[in-house]
Design a protein around this ligand. Sequence first.
Ligand code: KIV
Length: 254
Amino acid sequence: MSANKVTAAEIRGMKGRRRVAALTAYDFPMTKILDAAGIPLILVGDSLGMVVLGHPDTTHVTVADMEHHIRAAARARPHALLAADMPYRSYESAVEAVQTAHRLIAAGAEAVKAEGGRSILPQARAILASGIPFLGHLGMLPQSVLEEKGYHVKGKTEAERRGLLADAEALAGAGAFAIVLELVAPPVAREITQSIPIPTIGIGAGRDCDGEILVVTDLLGTSPGEIPRHVKKNWRLAEQMGAAVVEWRRSVEE
Ligand code: KIV
C-alpha cells in the first residue's frame, strides 16, 4: 500500500497478499479514529439508518441522508479509501445509478457499493464506465429485508450456491474492485473467494474470505439494537459511556 491515499486498485491488489480489515463510519470523529488505526477501507454504510438515524432497517435511508454523512466523514480526509452505500431504490436503472453515484462522489465518497449481482449488472457497468470504483455486495441484502422477512444466511441450497458464484463472477468480470459477502454460508464464501480474482470481504461469512467488514458500532458495543451473532462482544462501550454520564450527573447534583 502506498504511503499516501489508498485507492480501489490497492484494495483489489491486496488479494492473496494482505487481509482487508474494513469498518463503517458515519461521521468526522469516527472516520478520524478508524483512519488513525490503519483501516484501509472505510464504508459510509446505509446501516446508518439503524445505528445513527433510529430507523428499523436500511430501506428508510435517502440519498440526501447519505450525502450528509459522507460529507462529514470526508472532512476527516482519510488515508483510507472512503466508500459509500447507494441507498434503497436509488439505482433502479443504469441512468439513475450513475446519477446517484455521482451525487455520492460529489459529497466526498471515492467508491460506491450497491446490493445485488447479475440483477444490477447494467447499473454496475454504467457506474464503472463513468469512472467510479464499484464495490459489490452479495448474500443477504439488507435492502431486501422486508421482502425476505428477515436476515437469512444465503448459499444453503445448491441453487443459491450456483447463483452466488455466478453473481460474484459477473461483478468481478464487470470490474468491481472487491465484493462484500454478507451472511453467506462459510463453505460457499470460501468457494467464491477461491474462484474470483478480487477480494471478498465477509460479514458473518466465516474466516475464509479475503477480509472482513463490521458495522463499527457493533464492534464497539454502541449499536442501539441487538448486536448480530457473528460479532464478538468484547467491547461494551455503551456501558462505559452511560457510566461516565451518570458519574458526571451525580457530580453536578451533589
Ligand atoms: O451498511 C452497511 O453497514 C453494510 C455492511 C455490509 C457493513 O453494508
